[in-house]
Design a protein around this ligand. Structure first.
Ligand code: ADP
Length: 484
């Protein structure tokens, strides 16, 4: 029997372990290997990842040899482009370098001109990769606004127009409000025409994410609920009519997590490993974590954690206000995150006013996040919107029960605890501190009943959040598009 091969070029602005800012980094680091692993006797998935060669990656991989270079001709300008290759978990990873990717710049900066030049250049350079590699692609799979211009621009490239059939284009939507607005000058400079989809509002035709959405063969929001939510004015960010008119190409697929990297039974970052059959290691992880952060070990006191970008989206303000409202109850909390300076200050203020209860760590620290997922009892995640959310999946895998707002992927992955003790977390509907408090109180009541709580921990840990199912859904999508 002959083996069919599907070639997929996967574009992302971050991928663990090279660079990770949020959930996109987890996804781009773990989905491609999961897809490749689904290769069998009849079908081979040759999936390759492209990333910008940021300064932070150069520091991690200082001696990577250059594979080659080519001049990128676009809009009357020429940008010398270099390609570096690395193999990670069996996946070829191509790092793309050129003048717009400045060594000293952060991955995502506050300088929008710099960011738009960087990501538009990266998107265009990725379109040259197949020719450079002499590798025909069947699928171009982009993620979020940073790589959406590649989707928009693919059909304008002669090399793809002449290939029959043309590669199919998938755009996974991790965060709709971040559209790349402000990229207009960069698009003009690079000679990129606006989108011409009549369903797209005029304002959106020169913004990378909507441009990519208009050209994509499939739009993949990262949960079924979010796929529905973007059709409404509350979540659609002004594109709800566009989405409705293209509903046939929207296909929600929930994200998974990398089950080997996030595994309490083998996690190298935690002091005591544990599993669903033996939770004793979880108790010692909690004790070690409290000691590490200078909090007293107190019996029957739930440890609440928040591990998040400090952003309005994440409801960090709701989390802080709700903890203040229950400051007289018995709990301890550790907050880990960075981002919006007002939210960072609010977290530090909470620690200052409740020093015996709260620690606020204002930084990005992967190792600490592992210790927190393992040592905590409750993960607080009152997101205003949440396309998928990975923190709650990781938390449940480590037996830490989420208290979360019932929106998007949170709604799809957490089963609200009922009076019979069925469920995996505590959901609430309204984005308010009052409702957050009510859900927190429910979780704390359950926590006080040890047997019941252990049952809930087992419910949470027994679930399968690996990429298995979702990677299969992506493969089905690839096949369906190719056969169309
Ligand atoms: P988003 O992608 O919107 O930021 P997700 O819940 O999908 O949110 O993914 C967040 C990822 O980033 C998780 O792996 C989480 O553990 C990690 N993370 C967020 N903030 C921090 C931090 N300050 N330090 C370490 N890891 C963090």
């Amino acid at each position: 029997m002959s083996q069919r091969q599907i070639n997929i070029l996967f574009l992302a602005s971050e991928a663990d372990p090279f660079v990770k800012i949020g959930g996109l980094g987890d996804v781009a680091g773990s989905l491609p290997p999961a897809i490749q692993n689904l290769s069998n006797d009849t079908i081979k998935y040759d999936i390759r990842l492209a990333l910008p060669f940021y300064g932070v990656i150069k520091k991690k991989l200082p001696n990577l040899p250059k594979m080659g270079e080519f001049p990128l001709h676009t809009g009357g300008i020429i940008i010398q482009t270099s390609i570096f290759e690395y193999t990670h978990r069996g996946i070829p990873v191509y790092f793309i370098d050129g003048a717009p990717i400045k060594e000293e710049d952060p991955v995502y900066g506050s300088n929008f001109v710099a960011d738009s030049e960087k990501f538009v250049f990266f998107s265009l350079a990725c379109l040259e990769l197949p020719r450079f590699l002499k590798w025909r692609i069947d699928i171009l799979h982009a993620n979020d606004w940073h790589t959406a211009v590649a989707i928009h621009q693919l059909s304008t490239q002669a090399v793809f127009r002449q290939s029959s059939p043309m590669p199919k284009k998938i755009l996974t939507l991790h965060n709709l409000p971040f559209m790349g607005a402000g990229s207009e000058d960069a698009l003009t400079r690079f000679g990129i025409e606006p989108a011409d989809d009549p369903h797209l509002p005029t304002w959106a035709r020169t913004i990378p994410l909507p441009m990519g959405l208009a050209s994509a063969d499939r739009i993949v929001p990262v949960s079924r609920s979010y796929a529905q939510e973007i059709l409404t004015p509350e979540f659609g960010c002004g594109l709800e009519s566009f989405f409705k008119s293209h509903s046939e190409k929207i296909w929600g697929i929930i994200n998974g997590i990398d089950n080997t990297g996030w595994d309490p039974a083998s996690d190298k970052f935690i002091t005591s490993n544990f599993n669903v059959e033996n939770l004793s290691g979880k108790i010692s992880c909690k004790n070690t974590l409290l000691t590490e952060l200078g909090l007293n070990l107190q019996p029957r006191t739930p440890l609440i954690v928040l591990i998040s970008r400090m952003d309005q989206q994440k409801g960090v303000d709701l989390a802080i206000n709700s903890l203040r409202m229950i400051e007289n109850l018995r709990w301890q909390a550790i907050i880990l995150g960075s981002g919006d300076s007002k939210l960072e200050s609010a977290a530090m203020d909470l620690e200052n006013s409740l020093p015996e209860k709260v620690r606020a760590k204002i930084l990005f620290d992967s190792a600490l996040s592992h210790r927190m997922y393992a040592g905590a009892d409750i993960l607080l995640m009152p997101s205003r919107y949440e396309p998928c959310g990975l923190s709650q999946l990781i938390a449940m895998r480590y037996g830490t029960l989420p208290v979360a707002r019932a929106t998007g992927g949170l709604k799809d992955t957490i089963r609200d605890v009922d009076k019979h003790g069925h469920g995996t977390g505590f959901l609430f509907s309204e984005a308010s501190a009052n409702e957050t408090v009510k859900a927190l109180k429910r979780s704390m009541e359950a926590y006080m009943q040890q047997e019941r709580w252990n049952g809930l921990i087992r419910n949470a840990m027994d679930q399968d959040f690996s990429w298995n199912n979702s990677a299969k859904e992506y493969c089905a999508l690839y096949q369906q598009l190719i056969e169309k």
